[in-house]
Ligand binder design. Structure first.
Ligand code: AMP
Ligand code: GLY
Length: 425
């Protein structure tokens, strides 16, 4: 049945969600708040910020929206799902309480311990000063031990600093506290963690509170520079490839991480409905959970949804109806990728408003997802965010998909454009 659907957010992930809905056999009417210039090609953009929960609620009531899909963690943590459900509006996503699995790293780590989920050793400091004291006293880690320093709260991927030793970790605490990119609240508590070594995989799943369905595994390239150098970003590119995990690794993750998480959440009254994202490190000692996200990843989603053959709308409805058990979700067997093109000075202080050139590519070999773009009266397209565009492709072989994506990337340009040339390697 044809539906009116609202997608909340305005980045590449939300473009991919709208794109996927737009491919549905049924022609739905898609709205996106606030959307972006790319999304505007396939959806009606609505000028309401994703944090304006009341505004969004009024919009869905006035426009008789049948289904709302939330892209990002901020509206989820603000309780958009709770508010919508209270007003009997159909929405997919976890409650604000369940969203704490992402919005508080300290909560998430303590949850992992309660449910015996393998993760890095850690300690939670109640304040940045206490974190420094812990480090100075040597209460956590030894002088030369690499440590990871994390802001407890949401920080768009900018709240984590990898430190080579204790002295660097002390500097990292100060750097987080003084960062202009991180809200003060997010650094009220600090998590200090042991460094894990191995390869990282993002594994996403749909969950309806009773059952779950895996999506194919993806890998995110987080650092700004080639060979994983430079600052952490929201993600500079992804691949989605079944071979990222063996069957036995997947089974181990299901048994030791996914089931204890979903069962533990239900036991604690945090029944998880929506998309759960596991950030995993495949270590010599097995898979360890780095973090939860309570939503689709960005840019993982761009490469994952490229491979989805089932209807995303039907999946969302089956989550709301708790009918995932009876839904066979299909992905194709190809390999996909998404290369992110970022603005000058991303992630520190991205420059906005530069003219994007060479986007007239009309190729069926690639799909372009807009992350941060703005179309002005003259018809010109401008950069309007740290991450600007994602160029995605899929093929039987990953290399062929990457070749297609990168040959399109070469034609696109603006002042100070940045991208990694080693996605997928
Ligand atoms: P997060 O914001 O928790 O996803 O962390 C961002 C990135 O920091 C992760 O994707 C990892 O690359 C890295 N990271 C976080 N925690 C650890 C850890 N304990 N050991 C190694 N790398 C980590
Ligand atoms: N790409 C990681 C994230 O969405 O947080």
């Amino acid at each position: 049945m044809e539906k009116k659907i609202l997608v909340v957010g305005g980045g590449g992930r939300e473009h991919a969600i709208c794109w996927s809905i737009n491919r549905d056999k049924v022609k739905h009417k898609i709205y996106c708040a606030p959307g972006n210039a790319g999304i505007a090609q396939i959806a009606q953009c609505v000028d309401i910020e994703q944090t304006n929960i009341n505004g969004l609620l009024n919009f869905v009531k006035e426009n008789k929206i049948d289904l709302t899909i939330v892209g990002g963690e901020v509206p989820l943590s603000l309780g958009i799902v709770d508010e919508f459900e209270m007003e009997k509006q159909r929405i997919v996503g976890p409650s604000s309480a369940a969203s704490r699995l992402e919005s508080s790293k300290a909560f998430a780590k303590e949850f992992m311990i309660r449910h015996k989920i393998p993760t890095a050793h850690f300690i939670v400091a109640d304040s940045p000063d206490q974190a420094i004291l812990i480090l100075e006293r040597g209460d956590f880690g030894s002088e030369d031990e690499p440590l990871v320093v994390k802001a407890d709260g949401l920080a768009s991927g900018k709240g984590v600093i990898l430190s080579a030793n204790r002295s660097e970790a002390i500097l990292a605490v100060n750097q987080l506290v003084n960062s202009n990119n991180i809200e003060k609240n997010a650094t009220k508590h600090i998590v200090l963690e042991q460094m894990l070594y191995g390869t990282e995989v993002s594994l996403l799943l749909f969950a309806d509170g009773k059952n779950f369905a895996l999506m194919p595994p993806a890998r995110d390239y987080k650092r700004i520079g080639n060979n994983d150098t430079g600052a952490n970003t929201g993600g500079m590119g992804t691949v989605c490839d079944n071979d990222l995990l063996t069957n036995s690794q997947t089974q181990e993750i299901i048994d030791k991480i996914i089931k204890p998480t979903l069962e533990g959440a239900s036991e604690e009254g945090l029944e998880f409905r929506g998309v759960l994202f596991l950030g995993l490190m495949l270590t010599d000692g097995g898979a360890k959970l780095i973090e939860y996200n309570v939503r689709f990843g960005d840019p993982e989603t761009q490469s994952i949804l490229l491979r989805l053959e089932s209807s995303l709308v039907d999946i969302c409805e089956s989550i709301i109806e708790q009918q995932l058990e009876n839904f066979q979700i299909e992905f194709d067997n190809k390999k996909s990728c998404c290369v992110i093109l970022a603005a000058k000075n991303y992630p520190a202080k991205p420059e906005l408003g530069d003219t994007i050139q060479g986007l007239e590519t009309d190729s069926d070999k690639i799909t372009i997802f807009h992350s941060g773009t703005l179309k002005i009266n003259t018809g010109e397209l401008l950069t309007n965010g740290g991450r600007v565009l994602g160029v995605a492709a899929k093929k039987e072989a990953l290399k062929a998909a990457l070749d297609n994506a990168y040959s399109a990337v070469k034609n696109i340009n603006w002042k100070g454009i940045q991208y990694r040339t080693d996605i997928g390697s």
